[in-house]
Design a protein around this ligand. Structure first.
Ligand code: 8ID
Ligand code: ZN
Length: 354
């Protein structure tokens, strides 16, 4: 009962509008390679990365035609023949994350940096993703979804939640420390507030507008700075954090501007976790003060299978909840427009049953 065609949102080029096609092919079971599985989607979040891929504004190009999407939850409906050691079976509810596949045998994979595997396949970037009724994924990389977590609530943990969870995990921030979150009102940022407070960190949220301020404050941010209304960000951030600045900054802003003052406002010994992915911006940091203040700068890129399981477990226990609005796949163009204008507080999740 797997159909031959499906509804899918297809990007043909960065200047053409997204096409919602009703006749997009579904890969048949016999065509699935060993290790591949077919997932019938229930729900998928829309990440700013999907917008970068759609606009082709990164230094590495996405494939075309492209079905975007990498925060998917659904059920496995088929598995390729000759997949003897599958950790999942037909009927299981699983998540599809950005990292669709890695070889699991190279140095990066062995070190737990699966996302840096030279053979990495990326959902909604170099392989088709979750903005369709069915997605092909890989049995060793799909993530089982905890029973207590509803699909719409789980979807954005697969990228937004996982990414900020891992950034915090590797930030060296300790209980009672201040963390600054430029981009706090967005998809990644609003989850970073919750994972950070669950770790016992004190949160300074940086973003703009009354709606995002309300969301950040409700989710546990102790302090708020509106980056559009504040003249001297460095002074304001330092004053908000004991006059000394935060111990850590997790930058999830999708623009270079969110990065610009981070090294200046960080406390000595502090860590800058670079997460947001503006395509052409440079990180402008004073070499002198990076050294003089003993600053650490780290790039943090999604997470591995274990990070995904941990991020979902924390969400399943109610310690991180995606604040989302449900829309339909046919609304994707409008979702991108709202995201481009900075109007999305939290996340938009697409209900794939609609
Ligand atoms: O693995 C990774 N590192 C990873 C994973 C997933 C997403 C990286 N990302 C990247 C995305 O590609 C994107 O570049 O993180 C960025 C944020 O993704 P998102 O959270 O999905 O985007 P959003 O919901 O649009 O939120 C971005 C927020 O940043 C604010 C905006 O107002 C918005 O709320 N912002 C901007 I743009 N400039 C800012 C600034 N100067 C700022 N906030 C504070 N200061
Ligand atoms: Zn993402």
């Amino acid at each position: 009962n797997i159909p031959k065609t499906q509804i899918a949102a297809v990007v043909t080029s960065s200047d053409a509008p997204i096409e919602i096609r009703a006749d997009h092919p579904v890969k048949a079971q016999v065509d699935l390679a060993p290790g591949e599985c077919l997932v019938k989607l229930v729900s998928t979040g829309v990440c700013h990365t999907d917008l970068h891929a759609r606009n082709n504004d990164w230094p590495i190009p996405a494939k075309t035609p492209l079905v975007g999407g990498h925060e998917g939850v659904g059920h496995i409906v088929a598995i390729g023949d000759n997949t003897p050691d599958s950790p999942v079976k037909i009927g299981d509810r699983v998540g599809i994350k950005w990292l669709a596949y890695s070889c699991l045998d190279c140095e990066q994979c062995r070190n737990g940096l699966e996302q840096n595997c030279p053979k990495a396949k990326l959902s909604g970037f170099n392989v088709d993703g979750t903005f369709a009724q069915y997605a092909v994924s890989y049995v060793h990389h799909v993530t089982p979804i905890p029973d207590s977590l509803e699909s719409n609530a789980a979807a954005s943990i697969l990228c937004a939640g996982l990414t900020v969870y891992r950034a915090l995990k590797y930030s060296d921030a300790k209980i009672g420390n201040w963390v600054a979150l430029p981009g706090a009102g967005g998809g990644l940022g609003h989850l970073a507030i919750q994972y950070a407070t669950a770790m016992g960190l004190r949160v300074l949220a940086i973003d703009t507008g009354a709606e995002k301020k309300k969301l950040c404050t409700e989710l546990g941010a102790e302090k708020w700075i509106d980056f559009k209304e504040t003249k001297d960000i460095v002074k304001a951030v330092q004053e908000a954090c004991d006059g000394l600045g935060p111990h850590c900054a997790i930058v999830t802003a999708a623009s270079g501007s969110g990065y610009s003052q981070a090294v200046d406002y960080l406390r000595s010994g502090g860590t800058l976790m670079a997460v947001g992915l503006p395509g052409d911006a440079k990180l402008e940091a004073s070499i002198f003060f990076t050294v003089f203040k003993s600053i650490t700068i780290k790039g943090s890129y999604v997470g591995n299978r274990q990070d995904a399981i941990e991020a979902l477990e924390i969400a399943a226990r109610g310690q991180a909840k995606v604040h989302y609005e449900l829309q339909a796949l046919s609304d994707l163009k409008g979702v991108y427009e709202a995201m481009e204008e900075g109007k999305v507080a939290g996340r938009i999740v697409l209900d794939m049953s609609k």
